[in-house]
Design a binder for this molecule. Structure first.
Ligand code: GLU
Length: 472
């Protein structure tokens, strides 16, 4: 059985890596190089608060330089520590490899609870953090490109972009130094929703494989599936929204103040509005409620989407989970021991490195947009619409039949930026699932999707190192 080091998230990631590496034939030294964190930068800086100063602890970890730039979010949380940032940076490397995004993995952390700081203080912290990265060459469109993570969003990314641009005047590609920016600052449509939308595609791909669903005693398809989501942040909210759109029923939602459950379904937008108005998920009309949030995870459902933080599903609660599928919207929500037990129980875990890779996939599109200095669809949208219009008119003239105005407008329109982004994301999630499944089918000793995903990632990273000429 997989062993977890309860004190170290990075050790858990390495443990998963080692379990997968056994199914490859790469030299030991190469595997050690892939696994190692290449650069770990820990720094501290002061900020003024009223009449006193406070020292802020911060990190940026670049896990793998097999590709440049490195990529990954910045976490703003008072739980952040070096081990966690290293683990999350490593997961970014494997995540980028699994979805064929040409980046190495990185992650940043700022050890603060953002709720305890004013907006002006958060701006000071973010700008100073960015300046420290610039000083050490730890940020840049071709070096290391941060993005949002737990506790950060578009606002913080704007401050980072502005600080970087101020310090790099005249640099044409400066806007590509960070992704997850607002649209007005050359972000990309669909980025905010991307991780949750990607989770929904991942779940849809998983439940569409009839033989896998039959094995775990479920019908194929999302139509009859009941889902519980942990976390109503950006990832959880959008996962719940798109899973509902794709036909599933969200029956449970869990937040840190408690959990709610209604077997007939919950309207996620209404729950979100209720929480915004009252400050709590609890008290939502018609739902059963649990003061202990973890109890919410154990209610009846088919699919559980932990989309909050790591280490939520452990040996303590795994046996109480009723879901047959766990889709890891968060990074590292299931410990290796919990996964081993769940696999024995006949369940399927859709692993984080694939399941939540939608965010970095669309970050890649944003970075490409920033480097090309033109929005997707801008050059060809009108051209496609005009040629489609001509084609339809010609067909109508040739056949003597005509299409309705509604059909015409649907057939002629060119693709908008968000449509291209969503189709690129869907295609990525579909193809990567096939890659993982094919890896698993090719090696029957591989028992979990996580091991298969790791094997597929390791193989790709190994090829990069060989192409760099570092390994013969
Ligand atoms: N923080 C997100 C993640 O863990 C997004 C990273 C990115 O877009 O670079 O995948």
């Amino acid at each position: 059985m997989a062993q977890s080091n309860n004190n170290s998230f990075f050790a858990d990631v390495c443990n998963n890596f080692d379990n997968a590496a056994k199914h490859t034939s790469h030299p030991e030294g190469l595997l050690a190089q892939i696994k190692a964190c290449n650069s770990v930068y820990r720094f501290q800086f002061p900020i003024r608060r009223g009449n006193s100063f406070e020292v802020i602890d911060a990190w940026r970890v670049e896990h793998s330089h097999h590709m440049s730039p490195t990529k990954g979010g910045i976490r703003y949380s008072d739980m952040v520590n070096e081990d966690e940032v290293m683990a999350l940076a490593a997961l970014m490397t494997y995540k980028c490899a699994i979805v064929n995004v040409p980046f190495g993995g990185a992650k940043g952390g700022i050890c603060i609870n953002p709720k305890n700081y004013t907006v002006a203080e958060l701006e000071t912290i973010t700008r100073r953090y960015t300046t420290e990265l610039i000083k050490k060459n730890f940020i840049g469109p071709g070096i290391d490109v941060p993005a949002p993570d737990y506790g950060s969003g578009e606002r913080e990314m704007s401050w980072i972009a502005d600080t970087y641009m101020t310090m790099n005047p005249g640099s044409l590609d400066a806007l590509g130094c960070v992704t997850g920016k607002p649209i007005a600052l050359h972000g990309i449509r669909g980025r905010k929703e991307a991780t949750g939308r990607g989770v929904a595609y991942a779940v849809r791909e998983c439940v569409n494989i009839v033989e896998d669903m039959t094995r775990i005693g479920l019908k194929a398809g999302l139509g009859d599936k009941k889902v519980i989501v942990q976390g109503l942040g950006n990832v959880g909210y959008h996962s719940a929204k798109y899973l509902t759109e794709f036909g599933a029923t969200v029956v449970g939602l869990c937040e840190y103040e408690g959990a709610i459950y209604n077997e007939n379904g919950l309207d996620v937008a209404e729950v979100f509005a209720h929480r915004t108005a009252t400050g709590s998920i609890l008290g939502f009309p018609g739902a059963k409620e649990f003061k202990n949030s973890k109890e919410g995870l154990e209610q009846p459902c088919d699919i559980l989407v932990p989309a909050a933080l790591e280490n939520q599903i452990t040996v303590e609660n795994i046996r109480n989970i009723k879901a047959k599928i766990i889709a890891e919207g968060a990074n590292g929500p299931c410990t290796p021991e919990a996964e081993a037990i769940f696999t024995e129980m006949g369940g399927i875990i859709i692993p984080d490195m694939y399941c939540n890779a939608g965010g970095v996939t669309v970050s890649y599109f944003e970075w490409l947009k920033n480097l090309s200095h033109v929005a997707f669809g801008r050059m060809e949208n009108r051209y496609s619409a005009n040629s489609n219009e001509n084609l339809i008119t010609t067909l109508e003239n040739l056949t003597g039949k005509s299409v309705s105005a509604q059909q015409r407008s649907m057939l002629v329109k060119g693709a908008s930026e968000v449509e291209l982004v969503n189709s690129g994301l869907e295609d990525t999630m579909m193809n990567s699932y096939v890659e993982i499944i094919e890896t698993m089918r090719a090696k029957p000793t591989i028992k979990t999707l996580r091991t298969a995903a790791f094997v597929s990632s390791i193989d790709k990273i190994a090829v990069s190192y060989m192409n760099l000429g570092i390994w013969p």
